[in-house]
Write a protein that binds this ligand. Structure first.
Ligand code: PEP
Length: 252
């Protein structure tokens, strides 16, 4: 039985004060950790404050990106050593915005996944097709290429600590969410790719999230799908009340 997860991706939003206000409004109202893992992936500059305030609650903190190198001349980057030092638990890797705007390749993402696991950070690996690829019936091809590349040479000792998010690019921030059937087919396919790479037993333990215009009004449809283990949510995870609602829906 996989524990559901609701991960919020704040992207480049919220000041420190706004983030602290969010933790005050959410932490007491989140469902039990035994039912769902509630995660917020915040801008790096406020991670330390959030980690401190979320301590002892079911709010877990993640970063939105990470450099594949530990230290050195990489101006503006945040290393796995720094994230570990900040005591965050999760890190989003390969988000489509990173792939599209910052030229992150499958090779970068693979190196980052390896480094994250080396530093005991739990990666949330994003994969997903753009609209043209879906229309050309290339969705599975893209999902396979991205998943295989991200996990190339990656040894998975704790399958519960590796999360994959199916994020169709055409559904991110557009309000056009994928149907529950599309999400289920894609998440099921990703699971079969992981089973081919490792084993069915391991693949059955990996959590696969759906992301793309998830909101309180549609989360239950996704959670009813056998291969969808939760959501990676942008816009609807910014407000405390809707984040709590989303987490509660995942716990039911
Ligand atoms: C995301 O940022 O990963 C995302 C899915 O955003 P939204 O929920 O706003 O579509």
């Amino acid at each position: 039985m996989r524990k559901p997860m609701l991960a919020g991706n704040w992207k480049m939003n919220k000041t420190r004060d706004e983030a602290i206000e969010f933790t005050l409004a959410t932490t007491k109202n989140l469902p039990c950790e035994c039912k769902v893992d509630c995660v917020v992936c915040a801008p790096a500059i406020i991670l330390r404050d959030l980690v401190k305030r979320a301590e002892g609650t079911n709010l877990h903190i993640g970063a939105q990106n990470m450099c594949e190198f530990e230290s050195g001349a990489y101006t503006g980057e945040i290393s796995p050593v720094m994230l570990k030092d900040t005591q965050v638990e999760y890190v989003i890797l390969g988000h489509s915005e990173r792939r599209a705007y910052y030229n992150e390749t499958n090779e970068h993402i693979n190196a980052k996944v390896k480094k994250a696991l080396e530093f005991e950070l739990k990666p949330i690996i994003c994969v997903g097709e753009v609209l043209e690829e879906r229309e050309a019936n290339k969705t599975n091809e893209v999902l396979k290429t991205q998943t295989v590349a991200a996990l190339e040479g990656v040894e998975i000792t704790n399958p519960e600590d590796v999360i994959v998010a199916y994020e169709p690019v055409w559904a991110i921030g557009t309000g056009k969410s994928a149907s529950a059937q599309i999400a289920e087919e894609a998440c099921g396919y990703i699971r079969s790719v992981i089973a081919e790479l490792y084993s069915k037993e391991l693949a059955d333990k990996v959590r696969i999230l759906y992301g793309g215009s998830v909101k309180p009004a549609n989360i239950k449809e996704y959670m009813a799908q056998p291969n969808v283990d939760g959501g990676l949510v942008g816009g609807a995870a910014l407000k405390a009340d809707s984040f709590v609602e989303l987490c509660q829906a995942c716990a039911e």
